[in-house]
Design a protein around this ligand. Structure first.
Ligand code: 13P
Ligand code: SF4
Length: 304
């Protein structure tokens, strides 16, 4: 089958089988084209909670599929490719955070959504890169324990100076690889370009940015800006999508180190196999995990 034929089959079958396809912005173009909803992790979690379809297929990473299951426990939720984890989400577990909480009992535990559902059960509120600043400002407590990403945490702490932040040393190994030298080189090569970065990048990179935001935030900024050239400091797929969508502008990678093997692992064929019932993994979570993890996701939606 050609790519077009696979896509046509997916579109036909998803209607027949009452399937909603969600695709994170880092997914390949041929997957985004057949999805019902695309966007950053915040948008997808809200879209997932509103859909009426019986079945949801997540083309993204495991924590995103788990978030869908928590928000829609009566639906059947699949992760299109079971190996698509997130290196950051796997860094911290419930036991570790429970111990840290004992040391800081008067802190509100704010968990980046890039965490496992099990870890979310001991956290107070979730945030995504696009909602973290807004939610941290709204939290009544002035003491915030921000996990697991110390780079996003440092960025939020800077925007919310009135609060005390405690950070742990976790983060995205892909975004953390980019350094000041990469920024200087990219800016020297493209002196007229604006630098747009994801807050998972280190503070030494974020410092140089003209705009800092989520994957959707970066795409919106590039769309609305009058500038003609942009250096994109997040997974390379975003520069590729932007170049395709806005051919009159020029988009450059901040670094070729920004390739997420987890996000790249899902193919159109994985999605097709999942749609026909011969692939993917159904997300199964026990009732207690769903109830306990849902509290902090609901809190995110309420405050966000
Ligand atoms: P967004 O919240 O911007 O979608 O980011 C998710 C992610 O995994 C970034 O690496
Ligand atoms: Fe996880 Fe980093 Fe990949 Fe995002 S880019 S999914 S944080 S490993």
């Amino acid at each position: 089958m050609t790519i077009k034929e696979i896509q046509d089959n997916i579109i036909k079958l998803k209607k027949e089988r009452d399937i909603c396809i969600l695709a994170h912005s880092y997914q390949a173009r041929e997957i985004l084209e057949v999805a019902d909803f695309t966007g950053d992790s915040y948008k997808l979690s809200v879209d997932a909670s509103k859909t009426d379809n019986k079945t949801i297929i997540m083309c993204g990473v495991r924590f995103m599929a788990e978030t869908c299951k928590i928000l829609s426990p009566d639906k059947t939720v699949y992760l299109a490719n079971p190996i698509a984890g997130c290196s950051m989400a796997d860094q911290m577990d419930k036991q570790l955070i429970s111990q840290v909480k004992e040391k800081f009992p008067d802190y509100t535990v704010v968990a980046y959504i890039n965490t496992t559902s099990d870890l979310k059960t001991v956290c107070d509120v979730c945030v995504t890169s696009s909602s973290a600043v807004k939610i941290c400002k709204k939290i009544e407590n002035n003491n915030i324990l921000f996990i697991p990403d110390c780079n996003l945490g440092a960025y939020v702490a800077k925007q919310v100076p009135e609060k005390n932040f405690k950070l742990l040393s976790g983060g995205c190994p892909i975004h953390a690889c980019v350094n000041k030298e990469d920024v200087i080189k990219a800016k020297e090569t493209h002196p007229k370009a604006l630098l747009l970065v994801h807050p998972e990048c280190t503070p030494e990179v974020v410092k140089y940015a003209d705009y800092v935001g989520s994957t959707s935030g970066i795409m919106e900024f590039a769309k609305n800006s009058d500038a003609k050239e942009f250096i994109i400091g997040t997974e390379i797929s975003i520069a590729e999508h932007l170049q395709y969508m806005y051919p009159e502008k020029s988009f450059y990678y901040l670094s070729l180190k920004l390739i997420c093997p987890n996000m790249k692992s899902t193919t159109l064929m994985d999605l097709y196999n999942c749609v026909i019932g011969k692939g993917g993994e159904e997300i199964i979570l026990d009732d207690k995990t769903i109830t306990d993890a849902k509290r902090c996701i609901d809190e995110m939606i309420r405050l966000g």
